[in-house]
Design a binder for this molecule. Structure first.
Ligand code: BEZ
Length: 219
């Protein structure tokens, strides 16, 4: 059984481009994004890590630390950063884990299923991490899991959007509708009575008895 939402994110110690880190200590009291890529010096990964570097201030603004991981060694990460800068214009200043022994990849279920006959063993491609994203809360619990295939680069706006929703809904008894963006109206959770909703949110709109909308608290 893989890791699920609300599981405690497994702790580990690993070599990174910023030295050895102990994961839970490194997260501290804030949020974190752990995201894996298949292989250094490959095209989609280059765009992804550069994009994440460009978004780093947005994650920092939300109190979210970011850390990348692949099974490439730390020295390879350090060399690849120069290419990422050329391709995207961004310096990767967040840590990258060099998970040569696949320890973290196995702990976080980041390896694809074995291809072909099991007697042939795992091929190098089977030993490359897929494109996983784990968002971890200050309580060290897993809040969100995404897994993308090798050929599909991720949408980092969506990761930020989901974090905005999770941080808001951790504070207020609201949920966010499809395609919601920060600042837009939110849904009052069914557990809140109409009387309580009025006290908490002032006015609200009843679209259906179980679908009530109100302004985003604090927006
Ligand atoms: C890429 O980043 O372009 C890539 C990496 C591994 C397999 C396929 C594509």
């Amino acid at each position: 059984m893989g890791l699920r939402i609300n599981d405690t994110a497994p702790d580990f110690t690993a070599e990174t481009t910023k030295g050895t880190i102990s994961f839970h200590d490194w997260i501290g009291d804030g949020w974190a994004v752990l995201f894996s890529h298949p292989k250094n010096f490959t095209p989609v990964c280059t765009t992804e890590l550069g994009t994440m570097a460009g978004y780093a201030p947005e994650f920092a603004k939300r109190g979210v630390k970011i850390i990348g991981i692949s099974v490439d060694p730390v020295e390879s990460h350090a060399k690849w950063k120069a290419d990422i800068k050329v391709a995207t214009g961004f310096d990767v200043d967040y840590p990258l884990i060099g998970d040569k022994a696949l320890e973290v990849a196995k702990l976080y279920d980041m390896l694809p299923a074995e291809a072909g006959d099991s007697s042939e063993g795992r091929t190098p491609a089977d030993n490359a991490t897929v494109r996983s994203v784990y968002v971890i809360g200050p309580d060290k619990k897993i809040k969100l899991v995404l897994t993308y295939p090798m050929t599909t680069g991720r949408n980092f706006d969506e990761i930020l959007r989901a974090i905005d929703s999770m941080q808001l809904t951790a504070k207020h008894q609201v949920a966010t509708p499809a395609n919601w963006k920060n600042g837009e109206d939110v849904i009052i959770t069914p557990a809140v009575s109409n009387e309580d909703a009025e006290k908490r949110f002032g006015s609200f709109e009843t679209v259906l008895p179980y679908l009530r909308k109100t302004k985003q608290p604090g927006a």
